[in-house]
Design a protein around this ligand. Structure first.
Ligand SMILES: [Zn+2]
Length: 67
């Protein structure tokens, strides 16, 4: 792999690495990181959301039958 992981462009003199992926510039790293981080946050939110939904003993007793 001799191409930037983000934009697919060839490298110049400087090569950056992030998570073992090669990037042609820091900008590409930022672009690469952004969706990953937002995806992670969404995943975490979903996990926490599911956790609080899967064990809501008080809610179950309260008769929450929306789903
Ligand atoms: Zn690039």
């Amino acid at each position: 792999m001799n191409r930037c992981h983000q934009c697919g462009g060839k490298f110049g003199l400087i090569r950056h690495h992030y998570l073992r992926h090669p990037f042609c510039s820091r900008r590409c790293i930022e672009l690469f990181k952004e969706p990953v981080i937002s995806e992670l946050l969404r995943y975490k939110k979903a996990l926490f959301g599911q956790k609080s939904i899967s064990e809501p003993k008080e809610l179950k007793q309260g008769g929450d039958q929306i789903r």
